[in-house]
Design a protein around this ligand. Structure first.
Ligand code: NG6
Ligand code: CA
Length: 506
């Protein structure tokens, strides 16, 4: 591939975009979708034609990164352009956690509003809401709407955490005031069944964690009572949220819009619609990926119907790498066959190895981007300043994110030089084709079976020759090691602590 892709026509278009045009922008973030979980990068064990269309007709990034190997910190970086490890609370949040982003912080949707965009957030949130001790029967504020979204329709945290209801603009959607909803993460409500007291209610078995309230036959994390009319239907979630997205597009098609669309697939519990059950041959996890692909098909179809496809940028990625057994016995391991969710990369969700944060990453801009593959290192944290650039907003404060609009929108093939990635509070660094993993005390794997990347000594990997990070060449390259350690220490400024307490899954 050519190192620099200079496309004069595109340069003109982007320059125009910088001054006048305001393309709609949709950021789609899948949940736990691995680098090998889409056929776009060549996997033959899964077929994701709609996601592949974004890849084929746009830029297919083979070195696209989330900042973190779990959801909350990853989403925090995407929304704020800041490294999540600068915020001590940017760890996997409970379902009743307060809003993680301060109301005065710069956010991606706030940037868009500055230039007249209507902004929406639909789907998985996991950035907290309210100020703590939430009364779910009243308006929950501050939330997405207070940090830049005109409209929000959200899953508060994850599909395996209570409350299992949608939150529309800070209100529990469809709540019957005569059946108030209560949520607790420390103790159960009297006489409410859990997976431990009433295993007969459970239709999906848990393997670790996930043994609190049973909702729709699925044991969850956290306790919940009441709010029956508002409880979501797990198997209809994809269609339901796709409809919300469609409504948002229709209602906002007459002015530029920015939409953050958080897909819930293939995060646990995996409960795809009956249309997808059994279709992947890999059990619920594979079927959920097919469902996510359907969501992208629906999105493209709806954009086309509204005549919006030509003027809408779609950025597709995943919040972190893949995991098979994330707490339910759902056959993800048993029915995997030859499928490789991390492709040739090492690790997965929770891991400092590459597959924790290197994820599918596609940028689609019909008619404007010359389709191509890019090996440039790009990161979700850079979306804020890069999008700001193309819509003509100046970012006036110091953030970690950098403007990579020329790479992300197809003018050149410039890589982010230094990227710190995070997994459960631990940090590593990608620099060119090198990956540096400092030593950490902790287990080799967690309950999921994924390797965490806890090494006894410094790890140094050259992923150009060793994509699977099988060979630690630190001792053979003392000079390189020293140089990278110094770069790492300079960026992380004393944050690094070998004995950092790693997030427990239980
Ligand atoms: C873990 C959960 C896991 C998942 C994860 C968050 C247990 C044992 N495990 O604590 O199932 O919910 O948190 O995933 O409870 S994420 O993709 O949203 O970061
Ligand atoms: Ca995730």
């Amino acid at each position: 591939m050519k190192k620099y892709l200079i496309l004069p026509v595109l340069v003109t278009i982007i320059c125009q975009a910088q001054t006048a045009s305001k393309p709609n922008i949709i950021v789609v973030l899948a949940d736990d979708l691995g680098y090998g979980d889409v056929s776009a990068y060549g996997s033959k064990t899964i077929n994701t034609p709609n996601i592949d269309r974004l890849s084929k007709e746009g830029i297919s990034f083979t070195n696209g990164y989330a900042t973190s190997a779990t959801s909350t910190p990853s989403r925090y970086a995407l929304m704020t352009g800041m490294y999540p490890w600068r915020n001590d609370n940017a760890k996997i949040l409970a379902g009743d956690a307060p809003l993680l982003i301060s109301e005065s912080q710069l956010t991606l949707p706030k940037i868009m509003k500055q230039v007249g965009y209507k902004t929406g957030a639909i789907g998985k949130w996991h950035l907290g809401m309210g100020i703590g001790k939430t009364d779910w029967n009243k308006k929950i504020t501050p939330g997405a709407n207070e940090i830049g979204f005109d409209y929000s329709y959200l899953i508060a945290a994850t599909v395996d955490r209570v409350p299992t209801v949608y939150i529309e603009n800070g209100m529990v959607a469809g709540l019957d005031p005569n059946d108030p909803i209560q949520v607790d993460y420390t103790k159960n409500f009297e006489e409410k069944p859990t997976a431990l007291t009433n295993p007969e209610l459970v239709r999906m078995l848990w393997s670790h964690g996930h043994n609190n309230s049973v909702i729709n036959g699925i044991p969850r994390i956290g306790f919940m009572k009441g709010g029956k009319s508002a409880i979501w239907k797990d198997d209809e979630m994809a269609i339901y949220l796709a409809d919300k997205v469609d409504t948002f597009l229709i209602e906002n098609k007459n002015q530029p819009f920015f939409l953050y669309y958080g897909l819930h697939e293939p995060h646990v519990p995996r409960v795809p619609h009956s249309d997808f059950v059994g279709k992947s041959g890999m059990g619920p996890r594979g079927d959920a990926i097919l469902e996510a692909d359907w969501c992208i098909g629906k999105l493209l179809e709806n954009l086309e119907k509204q005549n919006l496809l030509e003027n809408t940028i779609i950025i597709f990625s995943s919040d972190n790498g893949p995991v098979l057994n994330d707490g339910y016995k759902d056959d993800a391991v048993e029915k995997l066959g030859n499928h490789k969710p991390s492709a040739a990369l090492r690790g997965g969700k929770y891991s400092l190895f590459d597959a924790g944060t290197r994820v599918p990453f596609f940028v689609f801009w019909k008619g404007k981007i010359q389709p191509h593959k890019s090996d440039a290192v790009v990161c979700q944290m850079d979306l804020l300043p890069s999008i700001a650039k193309i819509v003509g907003v100046k970012v006036n404060q110091k953030i970690d994110g950098e403007d990579f609009s020329s790479t992300l929108f197809g003018i050149e093939n410039k890589s982010r030089k230094k990227l710190i990635v995070e997994a459960s509070g631990r940090l590593a660094m990608r620099n060119g084709n090198w990956i540096l993993i400092p030593p950490y005390n902790g287990p080799i794997r967690n309950e999921t079976g994924n390797e965490l990347g806890n090494l006894k000594e410094y790890g140094l990997f050259d992923i150009k020759d060793d994509e699977g990070q099988l060979y630690n060449i630190a001792s053979k390259n003392p000079k390189k090691l020293k140089q990278l350690k110094s770069v790492f220490n300079q960026i992380t400024k004393g944050y690094y602590n070998q004995n950092i307490e790693q997030e427990k899954l239980r």
